[in-house]
Design a protein around this ligand. Structure first.
Ligand code: BG6
Ligand code: MG
Length: 220
């Protein structure tokens, strides 16, 4: 019996995945570091410091703690610029309806985001008050793919992890959900999210049956 659904934010409820990509791209262009959409795939769901580490490793560049802090602050400036004018219109089609249908069915809903900007984003999107619990990267020790953020959110919702379903667009996020012992719904391309129990192209394609009925899992 499913009691709660725990959603990722970036790339699931809104297109901030693209805004994160553009912000990293601006930073890398400034610093003359190679960065493209292929490398960006590895960054999805990964927190800010982890993302920078992947970019620097791919470029074969070393940077001190202070240099890294300055790069992360710069990237975040670019990202904050990009989301400054976010409004409820920036929700993906069907996102609000999906949250509301979960609540109408008596399910609790949580947000498990690797982004320290998550609360500001959900506030701008007008969905902050719908969530029973919001957890972001600043509140956990280990980021995705570690299951900690999903386990923390489940605890805050008062639900056993086995009674939670997680929804994610990133493979690091699917790994975190599965590691937490939850059923995982992937949003995006099947070949990139092959360890999910079920993959749908976008949140508009999600319905309550797909969320709560494990018999709708695909046979791999
Ligand atoms: C995740 C995104 O949700 O948050 C990543 O998928 C991003 O791309 C991460 O790097 C951290 O976000 P922020 O806002 O704390 O830099
Ligand atoms: Mg995401």
């Amino acid at each position: 019996q499913v009691e709660a659904v725990i959603f990722d934010l970036d790339g699931v409820l809104t297109d901030t995945a693209e805004a994160h990509f553009q912000a990293w791209k601006r930073l890398c262009d400034e610093l003359d570091l190679p960065f493209d959409r292929k490398l960006n795939q590895q960054l999805k769901g990964v927190d800010r410091a982890g993302s920078l580490a992947i970019i620097l490793a791919a470029a074969g560049v070393e940077a001190s703690t202070d240099e890294r802090a300055a790069m992360m602050a710069r990237k975040n400036e670019f990202y904050r610029d990009a989301i400054a004018h976010y409004s409820p219109d920036d929700l993906f089609p069907g996102a609000r309806e999906c949250l509301l249908s979960c609540l109408a069915a008596g399910l609790r809903i949580g947000l498990a985001s690797a982004s320290r900007n998550a609360r500001d984003v959900v506030r701008a999107l007008g969905i902050e008050t719908l969530f029973d619990s919001i957890t972001n990267a600043a509140e956990v020790t280990n980021g995705k793919p570690d299951p900690e953020i999903f386990l923390t959110t489940a605890r805050a919702l008062g639900c056993d992890p086995t009674r939670c379903v997680g929804v994610e667009d990133a493979s690091a996020g699917i790994a975190a959900i599965k590691g937490a012992g939850m059923r995982a719904i992937g949003i995006g391309a099947k070949d990139e999210l092959s360890t999910a129990d079920r993959v749908v192209p976008d949140i508009a394609s999600l319905n309550l049956d797909l969320l709560v009925d494990p018999t709708t899992n695909e046979i791999p």
